[in-house]
Ligand binder design. Sequence first.
Ligand code: PRT
Ligand code: ZN
Length: 283
Amino acid sequence: MKNLKIAIQKSGRLNEKSVQLLKNCGLDFENYKSSLITTVNNFSLEILFLRDDDIPGYVAQGIADLGIVGENVIDESQAEVTYLQRLGFGKCTLKIAIPKDSEIQDLKDLNGKSIATSYPVILQQFLDEYQIQADIQGISGSVEIAPGLGLSDAICDIVSTGGTLKSNGLKPFADVRRSEAILIGREGLEEDPILCELLQRIQSVLRAKETKYVVLNVEKINLPQITEVLHGVKSPTVVPLAEEGWVAVHTVITEDDFWGKINTLKAAGAQGIVVMPIEKIIL
Ligand code: PRT
Ligand code: ZN
């Protein structure tokens, strides 16, 4: 069977988590910083290490079959690729930001103003949607210093913690688009058996990340209240303990309602609660 090729970021914010995700899928490969391509030893896949901006184009042209890249980069490239799976990391928001003392108050106040950005395509679409005529200054880096240098009245850039805006005397003004890392594929690849296998593994890793394995002890008389709180993958496993009248309950709960559930379980008589990470969940 012919190997598929997946393009991931060579270095930068998405590199480590992309490599980790593939390793968690059981793929065995060397991650040399110097190499541009590596072969997975135990799966029909080659990994290309690229600048993130090049990934959507490589996938659209079929040079790579798959890619892991931020939605912001995909949209800006306008490459024709298929979204296969949201990956839950690299989360950020493309925002318009303005100087702290700016007179701009409303979106329509952007009319006639200049906005510096590395995302002219996405910004233009946003401005068109709100029928705003602004002057887009396309620059490739250090966008946040543009207003201070007198180059623009506002910026449109990626924000995650907001620290960079603050340290440059800027404040967030409008959200343009949220983004996270996405697995993309070239068109027509959807039914490929290697992709299906890889997708299944990725989804089982993502599911496991959202859940915890919980073991707790409870007196048998309190078991009905405990099982009511727990809705596991199926129903919880109940195992008798050496001590008469006591059982251990094993189940899986989602990260989201973790603390809420733990407190309810304690109130319902659960003791010795042990919480463990899960590596994979195969449905
Ligand atoms: O070299 P290469 O071209 O591959 O990488 P790059 O330098 O273009 O991208 P990189 O590694 O910085 O980011 C890769 C992807 O990570 C982006 O395309 C986004 O999808 C995602 N991402 C998540 C971010 C951020 N968070 C982020 N905070 N990308 C950039 N930033 C920058 C932002 O541009 C700004 O300068 O971080 C600064 C703001 O951060 P805060 O925390 O101060 O708000
Ligand atoms: Zn880049």
